[in-house]
Design a protein around this ligand. Sequence first.
Ligand code: SF4
Ligand code: SF4
Length: 301
Amino acid sequence: MSKKKKEQPEEIEVLSKAKKSDKVVPVKLTKDSRFHFRCHPKVRCFTACCSNVNIALPPYDLLRLRKRLGLAADEFIKQYGDIQVLDKTLFPVVTLRMRDDEKKSCPFVTPEGCTVYEDRPNICRYYPVGMATLRKLDAEGGKDEFYFMTREDHCKGFEEEKLWTIGEWRQDQGADLYDEMNRGWMEILIKKKSHGQGKPFPDIKNEMFFKMSFDSDYFRAFVFGSTFLEIYDIPAERIEKVRNDDTELLKLSYEWLRQAIFAEETLKFKEGVLEKRKAQADATMQKVYGDREKGSVGEID
Ligand code: SF4
Ligand code: SF4
């Protein structure tokens, strides 16, 4: 992998990978597309792709890495992360900070290879394949997922005989699981891009997005240490799963974010909660405005 964040045409959301745009083969591929490739410690270029790369860390990627390293989310971000604001959505996200050496090496690469291999980011799993989403500009506004190949001169893996379909490659690399675990979050980015038209959210909303996306301990404390479970109607069985399984917690955080950011009804309110909230809001309005007409704010002072 070698460097540079790539500018994409407006309608394309690249979901995996960040490479030099001039090395991307401009052909849309499917899961059945075939390619020859093998990467192993005896290739001449071993680890050549592990420096000067822009590796985004969606929530599941960050969770896997920080758990492996035994770090809290904020410790991990401080030690290994950079915060970047995405061009198209203006959301803050985490990327892996390269070392401050001549090659700008990945913090996890050694001459023997990747020291976090089992928990390596999805971008590293996909490589040399990339995945993108083409947002259709038709009335339904659907999307079309496809794959592409990155061929960098230094990568000798293409000279190997082993033949794969892209589907087989993804499965072999464990990318399927990462895609499944990050899909809900990616959909939030795509939705922000299509509905927000590049308009920034207030800082407080961006901070909420960042914290709830990347700090699962914070979200866990929010779920179990606030009135969350008094407000939302979550089946007891699911609550137990969320309590004991970080991946279930992540999925819940995506649903909650969609509700908080886009007011989607992803989580059901408990019976009476909305009525109670409305009554509280009415009481506050009554306290502030008394019997005056709502909206006659100018008369208050
Ligand atoms: S995480 Fe591992 S595979 Fe990915 S760039 Fe770093 S060393 Fe290479
Ligand atoms: S073969 Fe390609 S993927 Fe493997 S180490 Fe070499 S450059 Fe990286």
